[in-house]
Design a protein around this ligand. Structure first.
Ligand code: PRX
Length: 660
């Protein structure tokens, strides 16, 4: 049996009981008066949802208006058909043309403390130059460009430059391994790779270029590599393939201007790979007009952005969808001033975020529950040492937030005066789908509250019947502008993954519960996707990495509840005869997975076992393993071939926890 075998009989989704918090938090005094949306009239306005989205699309600049708002051939959507626009124009030129060129687009801070202040005019200048660099490297409209970078401004410049010339980018998070980078480059047949020597992380350079060199041993489509010098580390440059960013950008014959391409609303804007339930990541396709419409709308209204005075900080990495939509495209389309930070929250000390909020006068903070739980653990003295009174809206994303963390955030970071918007969405949805509106919604800690105006979301039971009270599966009932248009090169998989489980509905993969006031409570994934510190990774990916190791006979991976990271990766491993089941070998296997996938995929614990619990038909019973990993009493094990296996694993898993 291999890691990609089907899941066990009767091992279907489980919906866990969830504690429904009873405290409620109406919008704070005075907030509603100043809010962009101060009453719930917008929900009624959005009942004609196609007309509503068409209205929102008018906030962008179009070269040519669309002929049709939506063509819907379930499950294939086309939004704003016939419309033409350019994303970089909307994010840059139009703000400069309106006299806002000297507004700061990014207050960027490197981990060592170096800073750069980049205005809209400067960003436009850099983007045009880099667009011309890409052209000089033979990148044309319709090509794909891979980007593998730390959190430096050049990352945003490279993305915007792609959009300017109509090339699609595929950003690969800098924490991914060489192998993962190679697979993504090959799947997309990217022509050019934009990268850096490395970035700073926890006080030292963390190099990227060595991984690039390994990945590129086997990427026939890549012709050129552009390397940003960030750390001044000694990295190797391959003659004829690799060139320095600064050399290309300062070439005397490089034109300063680059006319934006007039793109169709449905032209591919980018690919972003995400984990599904198999070992092969999916290249999620996002297109131009609908995506920009929804990220701009949600960024403005979910965070109540007053772009002339707010200082907004999304503390995610651009390598994930949160950074694409809410560091780059949403904020820039809205002409916002953002903070962008390169490094770790505890460098040089555990108050780094709070000192930056004080320094830049941040008014809106958007981060993941994992970060909040980590700050809770570190203690109040870090935020208390700083003036956080500039803050007025707080957001969370990426995983369910437990009420304790929500209330801690509200009280200690927001000072009891900032609404906390818990935003539910996915790489596939492109933009926020379920969230409070801060000037309107009475909040309940732990609930993402309601679908946004223009969005249809419902909970259904096993048979696809709508549930109006209680638990079930989260589905989306109608197309939305920023929805994925498919999986790159695999239309079948798009249909079967998202649109087959419940007829006519998009199945998100999440469990959800509705309370008696219609509030939505997200319960986490009901499939084999884990969520570790807000990072999405499938059990099968980790299993595949493990069984690839020469000593491993079989592996089963589960995500177990973890107080800080939400879930932790626990791997049950059976070794081939002769291999030593000791701690040092467990360590080797953890490293092996980190090298295959990336550090965030490293199992927290490896449990060696002589056998894995299987049904009589030979399928691994992962649900039992999850029970063991979470220390629960075991339920019915009657279908188990050899019940003693579980007892044995239970015994071992308490004696062999290889803690991080
Ligand atoms: O399980 C849900 C969880 O994150 C998944 C999507 O992961 P990804 O594509 O990496 O995008 C993360 C950032 C948008 C979802 O299927 N998730 C995301 N936001 C929330 C959430 N779970 C509960 N509450 C949220 N606010």
């Amino acid at each position: 049996m291999t890691a990609t075998d089907e899941k066990a009989d009767g091992d279907g989704p489980t919906i866990e009981a969830y504690y429904l918090e009873s405290r409620t938090f109406p919008p704070p005094d005075g907030f509603t008066d100043e809010a962009l949306i101060g009453d719930d009239g917008i929900y009624a306005q959005a009942e004609d949802w196609q007309a509503f989205w068409a209205e929102q699309a008018k906030a962008l600049d179009w070269y040519k208006p669309w002929d049709t708002v939506l063509e819907w051939d379930l499950p294939f959507a086309k939004w704003f058909v016939g419309g033409k626009l350019n994303v970089s124009y909307n994010c840059l030129d139009r703000h400069v043309a309106a006299g806002r060129g000297d507004r700061v687009a990014f207050h960027w801070e490197g981990e060592p403390g170096d800073t750069r202040t980049i205005t809209y005019e400067q960003l436009l200048d850099e983007v045009q130059r880099f667009a011309n660099v890409l052209k000089s490297l033979d990148v044309a409209r319709g090509d794909r460009v891979a980007i593998y970078m730390p959190m430096v401004p050049e990352l945003a410049v490279a993305m915007l430059a792609c959009t300017r010339i109509g090339a699609a980018h595929s950003v690969v998070f800098g924490g991914f391994s060489a192998d993962a980078l190679k697979d993504r480059i090959n799947d997309a047949s990217a022509k050019v790779l934009v990268t850096a020597d490395g970035g700073f992380r926890r006080g030292a350079p963390s190099l990227l270029k060595p991984a690039v060199d390994v990945a590129l041993e086997d990427t026939p489509s890549i012709d050129h590599v552009v390397v940003v010098r960030r750390t001044d580390s000694d990295v190797s440059m391959t003659e004829g393939r690799d060139q320095w960013w600064h050399d290309l950008m300062s070439a005397s014959d490089l034109p300063a201007e680059c006319e934006p391409e007039q793109m169709d609303a449905e032209d591919l804007l980018y690919l972003l790979y995400t984990s599904g339930t198999t070992a092969k990541p999916k290249g999620i396709m996002h297109t131009t007009g609908g995506y920009l419409t929804q990220v701009a709308f949600t960024h403005k209204y979910v965070f109540d952005l007053h772009e002339d005075r707010d200082v907004y900080w999304c503390a995610a990495d651009i390598g994930w969808v949160t950074g694409h939509s809410y560091i780059v495209y949403g904020p820039l389309a809205n002409g916002a001033t953002s903070v962008m930070y390169e490094g770790a929250p505890d460098t040089p000390d555990k108050d780094r975020w709070w000192s930056m909020i004080e320094k830049y006068g941040v008014t809106i903070l958007y981060c993941a529950p994992t970060a909040i739980r980590t700050f809770m653990k570190w203690g109040l003295r870090y935020p208390e040492a700083h003036d956080l009174s500039s803050l007025r809206v707080l957001g969370t994303v990426g995983e369910p937030i437990n009420p304790e963390a929500w209330v801690w955030y509200w009280q200690n970071i927001g000072g009891g005066r900032c609404p906390v918007v818990d935003t539910w969405w996915q790489t596939e949805t492109g933009a926020i789908m379920i969230s409070a509106l801060p000037g309107v919604t009475t909040l309940k800690p732990g609930s993402a509250t309601f679908p946004l105006p223009g969005i249809g979301a419902e909970v259904v039971d096993e048979s696809g019947q709508r549930v109006t009270l209680g638990g079930g599966y989260l589905t989306l009932t109608q197309p939305w502008p920023s929805m994925l248009r498919g999986i790159y090169g695999d239309p079948e998989r798009y249909q079967s993954t998202y649109w087959s489980r419940f007829e006519g509905r998009y199945f998100a993969g999440d469990g959800a519960k509705l309370d008696d006031e219609g509030y939505l409570w997200l319960l986490g994934r009901v499939d084999d996707v884990m969520n570790v510190s807000g990072h999405r990774i499938s059990t099968t990916e980790v299993e595949s990495a493990l069984v690839d190791h020469p000593t491993v006979a079989e592996a089963a991976v589960v995500g177990a509840k973890d107080a800080t990271t939400g879930q932790a990766i626990i791997a049950f491993v059976t070794l081939k005869a002769d291999a030593e089941a000791d701690e040092s070998h467990g360590e080797d296997l953890r490293e092996y997975v980190a090298n295959k996938i990336g550090k965030f995929g490293r199992p927290k614990t490896i449990v060696f076992t002589d056998d894995l619990p299987k049904t009589r038909s030979g399928k691994i019973m992962r649900r039992l393993l999850k029970d063991v990993a979470e220390g629960r009493d075991l339920g019915d094990t009657t279908t188990l071939a050899d019940a003693s296996v579980v007892e044995e694993i239970k015994r071992r898993s308490t004696v062999n926890p290889s803690e991080e």
